[in-house]
Design a protein around this ligand. Structure first.
Ligand code: NDP
Length: 246
């Protein structure tokens, strides 16, 4: 099991779903964990409880990633309260979908702000506090690699931007020993994409393994990348998708 003892991790969108699984896993591996949530305080309290049950310090921060200054201010809050920052996981996301003709300017701006601008600003702010061994990890989507259905142009465009983000960050920050990678989950059982939802059968059929993943499946890859074992991995994209992109 990766050992993150003494490290501080910051996960955006950690109250529910994949982000909550990542926050919990990093705490179980030894890290103190801060995370943001947008509105669901009850779920945020539950995630904080799981982090504390692992024996680590938890810090829940209410912050909307769509706001221009949320990423920078949240990183400042993490460092002020937990003393350092070693691991950033840019996970917060939404799922705009529907006919191309219905995509609005507001929806485009909001999705770009959450999926693209916020991860860049968070990485910029976090890297300023990181030394050798710092880890920047973004959560993308299998739709960044393969788009087998209509109605997700905006979503897939913003998720594929993360592939370029981590390649650029790898080059900018490699000389300082900081790595940057993106994990692309496939259909994962969360509130965003429930395994018993209306599209679940079709999604399941598009995987090679014929099943949904769990937040823990994604968290395992994140924990590896966050650890010392991931030290030689940077600028890379990892499908954790049951073979969705195969
Ligand atoms: P959920 O909707 O289940 O959870 C989303 C989490 O992000 C919640 O903690 C939510 O906070 C938070 N969040 C949403 N918007 C904002 C915002 N504007 N500012 C701050 N926090 C926010 O989503 P998933 O766990 O399924 O998805 C997590 C990531 O994984 C996303 O980036 C998604 O695109 C990606 N992904 C998911 C897949 C899936 O099948 N589930 C597949 C591929 C990628 P709150 O609780 O307060 O609402």
């Amino acid at each position: 099991m990766p050992d993150l003892t003494g490290q501080v991790a910051f996960v955006t969108g950690g109250s529910r779903g994949i982000g909550a699984a990542i926050a919990t896993r990093l705490a179980q591996d030894g890290a103190d964990v801060a995370f943001t949530y947008r509105a669901d305080k009850r779920s945020a309290d539950e995630t904080a409880g799981r982090i504390r049950a692992a024996g680590r310090t938890a810090l829940a921060i209410q912050a909307d990633s769509a706001e221009p200054h949320a990423a920078t201010e949240s990183v400042d809050t993490v460092v002020r309260n937990l003393g350092r920052l070693d691991i950033l996981v840019a996970n917060a996301g939404i799922f705009p979908n529907g006919p191309l003709d219905d995509v609005t300017l507001d929806e485009i701006d909001q999705t770009l702000a959450i999926h693209v601008r916020a991860p860049l600003l968070a990485a910029q702010a976090a890297a300023a506090h990181m030394g050798d061994g710092g880890r920047l990890i973004a959560i993308g989507s299998c739709y960044a690699e393969r788009v087998p259905v209509p109605g997700v142009t905006l979503y897939s465009m913003t998720k594929s931007a993360l592939t370029g983000l981590v390649k650029g960050l790898a080059r900018d920050l490699g000389p300082r020993g900081i790595t940057a990678n993106v994990v692309h989950p496939g259909p994962t059982d969360t509130d965003m994409n429930p395994a018993d939802g209306p599209d679940a059968e079709a999604e399941r059929a598009l995987t090679a393994l014929g099943r949904y993943g769990t937040g823990a499946d994604v968290a395992g890859m994140v924990a590896f990348l966050a650890s010392q074992e991931g030290a030689w991995v940077t600028g890379a994209s990892f499908a954790v998708d049951g073979g969705y992109a195969a």
